[in-house]
Design a protein around this ligand. Sequence first.
Ligand SMILES: [Zn+2]
Length: 342
Amino acid sequence: MALNPDPRVALPTYGRNLLAGLPEALLERPIVLTQPEPWDLVKAAFPNDRTQVHHVATMEHSVVQEVTTAFTGGSAVFGIGGGSALDHAKFTAWKTGLPLVLVPSILSVDAAYTKAIGIREGSRVRYVGAMFPDHFLIDYGILQAADPLLNRAGVGDILSIFTALWDWREAGTRLGEFHDAGIAAASEDLLQRMFDGAVEIGNCTEAGLHLLSELYVGEVRLCEMVGNARPEEGSEHYIAYCLEHQTRRHYLHGALVGMGVLLAGAIQGQDIAPVQRFLRDVQLDSSYRAVGTTRDEVRRCLLSMGDYVRHESQLLPGVFHFRGDIDATAADAALATAALGE
Ligand SMILES: [Zn+2]
C-alpha cells in the first residue's frame, strides 16, 4: 500500500471580522446556508437586498437538493454555522459550481476540514462528493460567541488518536495490516500538542482555538495520506456508535468519544491517567451524567461490543475484534478504571 505524500487539505485563514476581508465579488449575490445564532452574528456583513439565506434544519438528501435548486443566480455559497450548515453549503457549491466560503461557528465538528459531503437518507449518512472551500475562515469572534463546551468538544476527534493508534498497531502485528510508523508518530505528536494546550483550548482563547484547528488540519492530512481513518478512529468510536445504536439517542460527539477513549483505553490495557488529566484540564466532562447516559447502559454496551463489531463488518479491526466478547468481570474492571461516575 502506497502513501499519498502530499494530499490536498483545506487550509484556514485565522483572525477576526474575516468576512469583511473577502473579495467584494463574492458578496454580489451571496447564497448563505446557516443557522439562526451564527447568522445573527454575521448578517451585517451581507447586503440585505441581494442575499439568499436558508436556515438549515435537515441534511435529508431530497430536502437539500430541493433547497439548492430553489436558489437563483448567486456569486458564492457561504456555509456559516455547525456541521449541517457547512455540509449543506458544500453540497450546494458542488451542485452549482459556485465559489465556496466556509465559516464554522463551533469547533466540535470537522465538516469544514474534510472534503467529504455528508448527507442523510433516512437514518443513514451517505457521502456524496468532495468539495474544498475557496475561503475557509476561522474567525475567533464567531467561535468565542458560541457555548465554550461546543468548542471544547472538538478535542474528542483528536483524543481518539490515543486508542486508535493502539488498534492500528495491533492490527499490523496480529493481522499483517498495513501500518506506517511515521504516520503513527506524527499522529501521536498531534495528541501530545493537544495535551500540552489543554488549558488554552479549555478556555477557548485565540491560541487554544488556533491550536485545535491546526490539529484538525494535521489529522485530516494524515488520514488522507493513509487513505483511511486509522490515525484517528478506532474502538473508542465503536463504543460511541454502539451506545447511540442501543439507546437511540444523540450525544455531544466529543464528550461521548472522550468516554469511549477512557473505556477502550482501559480495555486495551493502556494507562489512561494522561487522558483523565487532559479531560479535567480542558474542562470536558465525559462522565455518564454529562454525556447523558448511565453506568447500566454503558455496561450493557461493553458486554455487547463483540457482537456489535462482528455485525458491523465495515469497522476496521480493533481491541473488540482481538479480544472477543467482554465478560462481566472485564466490563466491570474497565468501568472501575474509567471512573465515569455512579
Ligand atoms: Zn468522531
